[in-house]
Design a protein around this ligand. Structure first.
Ligand code: S3P
Length: 443
């Protein structure tokens, strides 16, 4: 993909939809593959990460057809998988590697999981530890528990695992392995992370039990096949939410977007920063989904930390951009996990914001941003990280002069079509943006 060239934009007055939720798309394919029949998944995100999960599940002998780009028909195999005949390539996707590790830990065969150079640097001990306690044999071929992973599974014992990290990927890996263990498996996390796996297990009638920060389930049950609707990804919506929130007189509606309470932290942060945000849940069958309305304002700084972090973990790069555009100081803390994402996101955000003229102090687990200093265009690297590319494309909409983002292919990891939407927004003068939007009714 060529470099992105971005210029300062006018106010945004438009409505749009975003592609399917990445976390939910991965899980829908995995649970459908374990089910007892045919599941039609609609709204699936056809991004590189999620297609890695589709290829991984197909490699285990599960037929998956695509009726169209966003509709998959999965023939569940009643939890009985075939040994893969080749390495399973997880690409850039941490979710594929960690969740598949849980599923494969329960299989009586050997599999090998590989990833791209970025994924090959990411820590896997966090899933190896509990899965090994359950009885799987897992070897990391990379240094210090880094991929590739070789998994020889089967014959699992249940555990009560207390996770040291608030990670939905760790929780999900243990729960997926627990589906194959003899007895009740539980996971306790230090802070609530996204709960899509628990919700989906419930939807597929596995009935996990939830008690505060502990989730548990009985092994040996087969998910009941059902169709599934994936909502739009609020983490993708976050880029447009900030683009509108930070520009007085902007007005944006995002429709059919996921509003799961473990993911909507970005809305709370934007409200604290002074944006006018409203949301309406329209459907709650499998996952809550609905509409978000944002009206822009002159934003002010805030503090983001503690229990809120897992709920905004993927939105922190774009929230850091919002902070640079806001008056006053923003402190982001307790976010050390950002150092082990697709790239070190704290370093990448600080480097790029500084290149645009912002004042940023990087800390071990966060950053302090002194906002309100006008940004200027710069030539910025994405560091091969989709969320860095998109966050700085939005920063470019507020900068004087031209911003160039290089190394942009990574956007296909989570948001194919992002740049087309950006171009539409950049080139449509306000007032002529289509369709002309209406407001949400008063609450
Ligand atoms: C994800 C969980 C989060 C998130 C990632 C997707 C998931 O990671 O950052 O983009 O789908 O479970 P952790 O669980 O490692 O925090």
């Amino acid at each position: 993909m060529p470099d992105w060239k971005i210029r300062r934009a006018n106010t945004i007055q438009t409505e749009l939809e975003v592609p399917g939720d990445k976390s939910i798309s991965h899980r829908a394919v995995m649970l459908a593959s374990m089910s007892n029949g045919t599941c039609v998944i609609r709204g699936f995100l056809p991004s590189e990460d999620c297609l890695c999960t589709v290829a991984a599940i197909r490699a285990l002998g599960v037929p998956i057809e695509s009726a169209d780009e966003t509709t998959l028909i999965v023939q569940g195999k009643r939890r009985v998988f075939a040994a893969p005949t080749h390495d399973i390539d997880c690409g850039n996707s941490g979710t594929t590697m960690r969740l598949m590790s849980g599923l494969l830990a329960g299989q009586p065969f050997r599999s090998r999981l590989i990833g791209d150079p970025s994924l090959s640097k990411r820590p896997m001990r966090r899933v190896m530890e509990p899965l090994t306690q359950m009885g799987a044999k897992i070897t990391a071929e990379g240094k210090d528990g880094r991929p590739p992973l070789v998994i020889e599974g089967g014959n699992l014992q249940p555990i009560d695992y207390v996770s040291p990290v608030a990670s939905a990927q760790v929780k999900s890996a243990v729960l997926l392995a627990g589906m194959f263990a003899k007895g009740r498996t539980s996971v306790t996390e230090p802070t609530q992370s996204r709960n899509h796996t628990e919700r989906m297990l419930e939807y597929f009638l596995i009935r996990p039990q939830k008690n505060d920060l502990t989730v548990s389930l009985h092994g040996g049950l087969t998910p009941e096949s059902r169709d599934f609707q994936v909502p739009g990804d609020i983490s993708s919506a976050a880029f447009w939410l900030v683009a509108a929130a930070a520009q007085p007189r902007s007005h944006l509606l995002i429709k059919n977007v996921g509003l799961n309470e473990t993911r909507t932290g970005v809305l709370a942060v934007l409200v604290r920063m002074g944006a006018h945000v409203r949301e309406i849940v329209e459907n709650e069958e499998a996952e809550p989904l609905g509409v978000i309305e944002v009206r822009g304002a002159r934003l002010k700084g805030t503090e983001i930390g503690g229990k809120e972090i897992p709920n905004v973990i993927d939105e922190l790069p774009i929230l850091a951009v919002a902070a640079a555009l806001a008056n006053g100081t923003t402190v982001i803390k307790d976010a050390g996990e950002l150092r082990v994402k697709e790239t070190d996101r704290l370093a990448a955000v600080a480097t790029n914001l500084r290149a645009m003229g912002a004042q940023v102090q990087e800390t071990e687990d966060g950053m302090v941003i002194t906002g309100g200093i006008p940004l200027h265009g710069a030539r910025l690297d994405s560091y091969g990280d989709h969320r860095i590319a998109m966050a700085f494309a939005i920063a470019g909409m507020f900068a004087e002069g031209e911003t160039i983002i290089t190394n942009t292919d990574c956007v296909n990891t989570s948001y194919p079509g992002f740049y087309q939407t950006l171009e539409r927004i950049l080139h449509e003068p306000p007032g002529q943006q289509t369709p002309v939007i209406t407001s949400l009714p008063n609450a």
